[in-house]
Design a binder for this molecule. Structure first.
Ligand code: F6P
Length: 548
């Protein structure tokens, strides 16, 4: 397979980046009144404006050529038909099958996974209805009022992010809580006000081997048993979502309380499976289905649209352009809708665990920049914290601005103020303001020359900072499903273009293994393996101070 840098489109992009980085978007806008029409894309429910990037017709056409030369369409086909494109784990990648409305069989290792998915959805729906309607009773015969999801990473971020985003649609039949941190402070605080008779725990762990999750689940189990004095209470208060039934049963969870996921669902793409159970319990099964349908709509768009009209493909190409060719090191995710306050954390895992890698499919060291670091938070809060850096630091940080046209919780005057900031920021990041304009403004305000000379350089904003604007009609289950699926496919396309194995996560294993050894040492009160002198002394200090 041809190394990426030797592809004609790659070479052209390298040349173009050298030339175009000296351009200013202000000039590109001035030269082309059609720029918004050319570089935006509307789908039912959402609009992507990517015109505020350092692109023009030529660059975009070479980026589309890159998508073709790297066989994105063929790889998409391989993913959707269940080829084992997760090469290092020899697994298919089929989160799309979890939301696929088609009933056509899809075979993986001789099994019809469409039927497996359907049967779990039926099981989920029955369970969700039982709990929400008060028919699922705790050990003392009381209805369940509180659900505690215990899981971490993909078994936490997706469902929690969606629960937060769709809060408005909850009828509060149950209260949702999430425990992910192994710091006991979290579970203690969450359990403190709860009544064990009315709590249902979901232990969410694809592998059912994750230390943090199992320890939290054990603590929850002890809490329940010490309140109920009855081991049989576990069957009424614990369910699990896992691909490792054996471990869940060993833990004490009854067979019938276990929901399946499969090895062809990656943890960070698992929200659409029974890992999304908390969402379904909170909102009702119909709204969970609407979320899946929204994602399926995006899947269909991703499959059918040519690269030039394909939202996830365009998002991926822009990220490759900004990072690999123009040298951006990080990318900000800036939602302006309060409900999306966890989106950047969610995308951090989705993008960085997928593509934060530096060897190719073949194990060769990559000599080009791959994925930027992803960070961000609610835009308005960010404006009063780190936007200074976005506007004036000498690092360019491309940013995705995500907002909605209609607020689901309108309060007079608030949404307009919010959205005025939303529009103003991308404009300011692009246009900037030069020294001449600043001097003229200060002069008009009656300032004297010495003051103007001293202050003007500090007020210069060079602008030319790339942003994408994603405008949702409103945050609802279907639109949110579309948005998340768009990012999922963007990540996939980016991985294909950069020749990265996007679906493994070997980078988390080294630290896990060491932590297990150090934990034994902390328990034994002595170091048993040799560490570097920094780690060794830190452990000694900890042991000395803790008296261990
Ligand atoms: O350690 C990283 C990771 O494996 C993620 O990929 C995953 O989402 C998370 O841990 C949780 O894993 P599990 O669902 O198996 O507990």
């Amino acid at each position: 397979m041809q190394a990426r840098p030797s592809l004609p489109s790659w070479q052209k992009l390298t040349r173009l980046a050298g030339e175009k980085k000296h351009q200013h978007m202000n000039d590109l806008f001035a030269a082309d009144s059609e720029r918004f029409n050319k570089f935006s894309l509307e789908l039912p429910g959402l609009l992507l404006d990517y015109s505020k990037n350092l692109i023009d017709d030529e660059t975009m056409s070479v980026l589309f050529a890159l998508a073709r030369e790297t066989d994105v369409a063929a790889w998409r086909e391989k993913m959707l038909r269940g080829d084992k494109i997760n090469q290092t784990e020899n697994r298919a990648v089929l989160h799309t099958a979890l939301r696929r409305r088609s009933e056509q069989p899809l075979m993986v290792d001789g099994e019809n996974i469409t039927a497996q998915v359907q049967s779990q959805l039926v099981k989920m729906e029955a369970f969700v209805n039982q709990v929400r309607q008060g028919h699922w009773l705790g050990y003392s015969g009381k209805r369940i009022t509180d659900i505690v999801n215990i899981g971490v990473g993909g078994s936490n971020l997706g469902p929690q992010m969606v629960t937060e985003a769709l809060k408005h649609y909850s009828d509060n039949s149950v209260n949702m809580h999430y425990v992910s941190n192994v710091d006991g402070a979290q579970i203690v605080e969450i359990l403190r006000p709860l009544d064990p008779q009315k709590v249902l725990f979901i232990v969410s762990s694809k592998t059912f081997t994750t230390t943090e999750t199992l320890l939290n689940a054990r603590t929850a189990l002890n809490w329940l048993i010490s309140a109920s004095f009855d081991e049989t209470a576990v069957a009424k208060h614990f369910v699990a979502v896992t691909a490792n039934k054996e471990n869940a049963v060993k833990f004490g969870i009854s067979q019938e309380n276990i929901f399946d996921i499969w090895d062809w669902v990656g943890g960070r793409f698992s929200l659409w499976s029974a890992i999304g159970l908390p969402v379904a319990l909170d909102l009702g099964f119909d709204k969970f289905k609407a979320l899946l349908d929204g994602a399926d709509n995006m899947d269909r768009h991703f499959v059918q649209a040519p690269p030039e009209q394909n939202m996830p493909v365009i998002m991926a190409l822009l990220s490759v352009w900004n990072t690999t060719f123009l040298g951006a090191k990080s990318q900000a995710i800036l939602p302006y809708d309060q409900t999306l306050h966890m989106l950047s954390s969610y995308l951090q895992q989705a993008e960085m665990e997928s593509n934060g890698k530096s060897v190719s499919w073949h194990g060769d060291e990559l000599d080009y920049a791959t994925v930027p670091s992803i960070w961000g938070q609610l835009g308005i809060n960010g404006q009063h914290a780190f936007y200074q850096y976005l506007h004036q630091s000498n690092n360019v940080v491309p940013a995705d601005f995500i907002g909605s046209v209609t607020s689901v919780t309108p309060v007079k005057g608030h949404h307009e103020t919010l959205m005025a900031n939303f529009f103003a920021q991308t404009q300011a990041l692009m246009t900037g303001v030069n020294e001449e304009e600043i001097c003229a403004d200060l002069k008009a305000k009656g300032r004297e020359a010495p003051y103007i000379d001293a202050v003007a350089p500090h007020k210069v904003h060079k602008g030319n900072r790339p942003t994408n604007t994603i405008l949702l009609k409103r945050i609802d289950p279907a639109t949110l499903g579309m948005l998340i699926a768009a990012y999922e496919h963007k990540i996939f396309v980016q991985g294909i273009i950069l020749q990265i194995c996007s679906f493994d996560q070997w980078g988390v294993e080294l630290g896990k293994g060491l932590a297990a050894k150090i934990q034994q040492e902390l328990q034994a009160g002595e170091t048993r393996v040799s560490h570097d002198c920094s780690t060794e002394n830190l452990i000694h200090y900890y042991q000395k101070v803790s008296g261990g």
